[in-house]
Design a protein around this ligand. Sequence first.
Ligand SMILES: NC(=O)c1ccc[n+]([C@@H]2O[C@H](COP(=O)([O-])OP(=O)(O)OC[C@H]3O[C@@H](n4cnc5c(N)ncnc54)[C@H](OP(=O)(O)O)[C@@H]3O)[C@@H](O)[C@H]2O)c1
Length: 395
Amino acid sequence: MVVKRAPGAPRRVTILGSTGSVGTQTIDLVARDPGAFAVEALTANRNVALLAKQAKALNARLAVVADPACYAELKAALSGTGIEAAAGPQAVAEAAARTDADWVMAAIVGAAGLEPTLAAVRRGASVAFANKEVLVCAGALMMEEVKAHGATLLPVDSEHNAIYQVFDFKHPQRVRRLILTASGGPFRTKDRAFMATATREQAVAHPTWDMGAKISVDSATLMNKGLELIEARFLFDMPEDRIDVLVHPQSVIHSMVEYVDGSVLAQLGTPDMRIPIAYTLAWPDRMETPAQRLDLSKARELTFEEPDLERFPALRLARAALQSGGGAPTILSAANEVAVEAFLDRRIGFLDIERVVEATLEALPHQRLGDLEAVRATDAQARRVAAEHLGRVRA
Ligand SMILES: NC(=O)c1ccc[n+]([C@@H]2O[C@H](COP(=O)([O-])OP(=O)(O)OC[C@H]3O[C@@H](n4cnc5c(N)ncnc54)[C@H](OP(=O)(O)O)[C@@H]3O)[C@@H](O)[C@H]2O)c1
């Protein structure tokens, strides 16, 4: 159930992952137009200082940290403000379930976002959807929930947001294929010998987008494009063999839809996540953003190339997981989360990420996951197996 807004009343929003890269950019847009938005709840994992600052600045009703150990600090930071404080994964999901907010930003990173996103979907909210790992780990089941509860998923990922803007939902049979563009990441022109010794700092230095650490590493391996391929398959109900990936280093064309008559429609813009976030915040309307305007007369060139699956096997692994079906995407994403975390902690090398993912996919059966319980169990099992493989690649 979602509380209906009176005409002209501010849109009441909840931001899951408000302290992250997508979360802070959402806050930036909301704070620029205080008459248009009111904040119900904000959530973070452990960043109490920023969460409390955001909650006070936007006069949120509730602030939640996922880590229960941070509760006392949050409570103290909010004392005397009247803002409710809560902690724990269950409290994050309860924040998402609060019916006063008709719009929820799902910007938690990783499968930790599954329960809160589900809670927002199950009450039929408009969900601005950044947390791609949720659709990768539970795609078909999540889309069934969206349908059953009349929720609206508004894609935030710039590629899927671009497709959403030009996709003919009334006549999907007119669409021949989707073309996801990819910047190619920081190692687009590097060889495998370079990548073998790549550091955390080199991997997170994305050439066109400023993002959180996990998605930045995913962009460097091209696993991010693989996760997006799986996300697109479920969001747009498009078979895997009709979704192509094209490397476009300037990140101006954010993705394309090819129609049966040969027309190709695209959405373009400067690489600023506030543009797709604003699209979802104002939907079905449009709103102003401070993003730099696109001036094509100054864009010296727009170039395109095929992704190199030899140098970037993660994209191949993701496509193979989607073809294999069943729990394979769940395993892929869980193993990738474990491996990327280990790389960010400097426990394994950059190329070990793909090794851990591949070994985990090989070690486990890809059976059909009939319900969310099966998804959770497969995710947990894949994390255990991936953790074992971390030890082996290190040896
Ligand atoms: N960044 C981008 O430009 C971009 C673009 C497209 C899609 N996305 C997708 O959007 C999602 C968020 O990305 P991001 O770059 O914004 O990530 P990020 O900067 O790492 O932020 C992640 C957010 O999730 C919170 N969080 C982390 N672990 C949590 C847990 N176990 N339970 C509850 N909350 C948790 C973090 O809280 P703390 O701050 O307390 O750790 C933070 O608020 C990802 O799925 C990513 O793939 C991001």
